[in-house]
Ligand binder design. Structure first.
Ligand SMILES: C[S@@+](CC[C@H](N)C(=O)[O-])C[C@H]1O[C@@H](n2cnc3c(N)ncnc32)[C@H](O)[C@@H]1O
Length: 218
């Protein structure tokens, strides 16, 4: 067998080390390209069942509020949230895919919603530019985050005192990932993670048959 020269061996080793450390390979569960996400998230069959207006109404967001749309995706909720906060507020559209952050920024520009700000988050930290956020909104996202405990602990650090975190996610047995335990999270698991992050349950809504909807407060 021909032994590769030393420099080639170093390159090969470096390649495998980088692949092992590559965050997208280990920290987003159920990852897709930005284009695939947009196609899937904007599908009419999905959007028509989201009850966007009912969700935004249930969040009772006052004008001027600072809201973080965590895992904003294609922005299905970002723009209605921007309507609720009005131009005196702010919606941070956080995603770990730069393509999706850019996609939402484009949509907000077209709609002339200057209160929307795209944020490229990190896998375990939303990297928000403010520490007085009124509401973090996490729709169909928590089950995609690998290190949920660290994420929620970091997220709590960006909330003002009295700030809230709203989570909507699938009942595992009724959701699209019923055969993949790695892509599931229960309401009870979330309660424990929230307690570890110093947050307590302040409200629960029943809008869906297949999803739970809870709001925690700091
Ligand atoms: C199923 S989509 C939901 C998008 C949007 N919330 C909605 O309901 O239309 C999940 C989104 O979470 C994002 N995501 C996954 N892990 C994330 C993380 N650690 N931080 C921020 N966003 C994340 C994905 O890139 C994707 O846009």
């Amino acid at each position: 067998m021909k032994v590769p020269p030393r420099s080639a061996s170093v390159l090969i080793l470096a390649f495998f080390a980088a692949a092992a450390l590559c965050p997208s390979a280990r920290a987003q569960l159920g990852a897709r390209s930005a284009a695939e996400w947009v196609r899937m998230l904007d599908a009419q069959a999905r959007v028509s069942k989201l009850r966007v207006d009912d969700v935004v109404a249930a969040l009772a967001i006052p004008p001027g509020a600072k809201v973080a749309d965590i895992g904003a995706g294609s922005g299905v909720f970002t723009l209605p949230l921007a309507g609720a906060v009005t131009t005196s507020g702010r919606v941070y559209a956080v995603d770990i895919e730069q393509g999706l952050v850019d996609h939402i920024a484009g949509k907000a520009r077209e709609a002339k919603l200057t209160q929307v700000q795209g944020v490229l988050g990190k896998f375990s930290d939303p990297a928000l530019p403010a520490r007085d956020v009124d509401l973090a909104f996490i729709y169909d996202v928590l089950h995609h985050i690998e290190d949920r405990a660290t994420y929620l602990r970091n997220l709590a650090g960006y909330l003002r005192s009295g700030g809230r975190v709203a989570v909507i996610d699938f009942f595992p047995e009724r959701g699209p990932h019923r055969n993949d335990a790695t892509l599931q999270i229960t309401k009870e698991q979330t309660r424990r993670l929230m307690a570890e992050a110093g947050l307590r349950l302040v409200a629960e809504h029943r809008l869906y048959d297949d999803k739970w909807f809870v709001i925690y407060g700091k």
